[in-house]
Design a protein around this ligand. Structure first.
Ligand SMILES: Cc1cc2nc3c(=O)[nH]c(=O)nc-3n(C[C@H](O)[C@H](O)[C@H](O)COP(=O)(O)OP(=O)(O)OC[C@H]3O[C@@H](n4cnc5c(N)ncnc54)[C@H](O)[C@@H]3O)c2cc1C
Length: 390
């Protein structure tokens, strides 16, 4: 087996802490959280105490001062366990980086320590009912009035939408412009004019809260804008590379787990006077999946290594998401098949992982958008292609 070389002994110690946290604090309660459709705030506070939130945020802003490899460890372990409820990766590695990268010193000092402790839960509001892929066409708008922005509109599919205290909200500050009209604004969810809609019922990731959000003449100080008015689209595009790499890491870790669960199951399931693992079909299926995952693992590890050095470009991140999530969904389907009817039962982790995996080909940019980004790097841009999320 090709050894992994990207993690240090310190990262592996961190991995042991993460594994223990998942075994003790997450898995015993995950089924109950699936019924509630969200995770409790107490979990976030415990994770904060252990340094599992915002672990690669610098110490001066309350983080652990780690690197993206700590993030990778967290994502791998939560994905391997099938623990999709705690959306720490979104809070720590998608929302917080906007503030760290583009926030003023005052914004960083105010928000990051509270996010690292779990006192404040963050969410990212981009997608709208009229469309998520075509970010530049968003309709939620922020009108400047004196020292304030007045926000009106609606977002949908927002992870942590029901629990969030803080939103990084994408909205149009110039409705006549496309990309240049988009700004990111920090919105505290206690403000008048902010309303949470229904908790959306999903086919998977059931312990994650996913919400519709409404903004009706919501006023925020003009100082809440992040990284300058009109720079939102460019900021989103920079950060989406990390989000896509995260999805790739999740995809590989989840596929590896599925194969492990299937090996265990097939080795003990008896039929026709032998075990399921004795059939050549089972052995070839597992061998084939193992080989494909191994190849993905090497590619994704290389992407992680480049990202740590700040050298992973958006096209390669899109390629990583494309191939890892496609493989993840294919592997989950093939593994579930080997579980037979038990694979279709919710009590089996393979059943949950099968439906949980499906969102990976949609969220953070659909598979087709990834292909478009890659195609645009190979070919002259098609005129209509210039309008979408790439
Ligand atoms: C569980 C979950 C959690 C989510 N969390 C968040 C969140 O926290 N914050 C947030 O802002 N959003 C979130 N999303 C939204 C997600 O990012 C969007 O669903 C995604 O970007 C696709 O947008 P859409 O659903 O509007 O589909 P559409 O944009 O309507 O696209 C539909 C389909 O059209 C096709 N398509 C799209 N673009 C192209 C193209 N360029 N070329 C060819 N075909 C194309 C694809 O097949 C695509 O799946 C979440 C979604 C889910 C399911």
């Amino acid at each position: 087996m090709i050894p992994r070389t990207i993690f240090s002994a310190e990262h592996e110690l961190f991995r042991a802490t993460v594994k223990r946290f998942i075994a003790e604090e997450v898995m015993p309660h995950h089924a109950a959280w699936e019924k509630d459709g969200q995770t409790p705030r107490s979990l976030w506070l415990k994770a904060g105490e252990l340094g599992l939130l915002c672990c690669n945020i610098p110490i001066e802003y309350g983080g652990m001062g780690g690197d993206f490899l700590h993030t990778a460890v967290l994502i791998e372990e939560f994905s391997a366990a099938g623990a999709t409820g705690p959306t720490f990766y979104l809070h720590s590695d998608i929302v917080a980086p906007y503030i760290l990268e583009f926030g003023t010193e005052a914004q960083k000092q105010h928000w990051l320590p509270k996010m690292a402790s779990g006192e404040v839960i963050g969410a990212l509001g981009m997608s709208e009912p009229s469309g998520g892929s075509d970010v530049q066409a968003m309709r939620t708008n922020a009108r400047r009035e004196g020292d304030e922005y007045v926000i009106n509109g609606q977002k949908v599919f927002i992870t942590n939408g029901h629990t969030a205290d803080l939103l990084v909200l994408a909205c149009k500050t110039d409705p006549t412009a496309r990309g240049r009209g988009v700004s990111l604004i920090l919105v505290e969810t206690h403000r008048a004019g902010f309303n949470r809609g229904r908790k959306l019922e999903k086919i998977g990731c059931k312990a994650q809260d996913t919400a519709e959000l409404f903004f009706a003449d919501l006023r925020v100080p003009a100082g809440n804008v992040l990284g300058g008015e009109g720079n939102g689209f460019a900021m989103l595009m920079t950060q989406l590379a990390q989000e896509r790499l995260i999805q790739a890491i999740r995809g590989v870790a989840c596929a590896e787990s599925a194969v492990r669960w299937t090996i265990d199951y097939a080795s003990q399931r008896e039929m026709f006077g032998q075990t399921l693992a004795d059939f050549q079909n089972t052995r070839f299926e597992l061998a084939d999946m193992h080989a494909q995952i191994l190849a993905q693992r090497v590619f994704v590890d290389r992407c992680i290594e480049l990202h740590v050095k700040g050298e992973l470009d958006a096209t390669d991140a899109a390629a990583a998401k494309l191939v890892a999530t496609t493989l993840q969904c294919a592997v989950l389907d093939r593994c579930l098949q080997l579980f037979g009817g038990w694979g279709y039962m919710w009590e089996y982790p393979i059943a949950r992982a099968f439906v949980d995996a499906r969102m990976s080909r949609i969220g953070g940019g659909a598979t087709e958008v990834m292909k478009q980004i890659i195609a645009n790097s190979l070919l002259p841009k098609a005129p209509r292609a210039a309008k979408s999320k790439s």
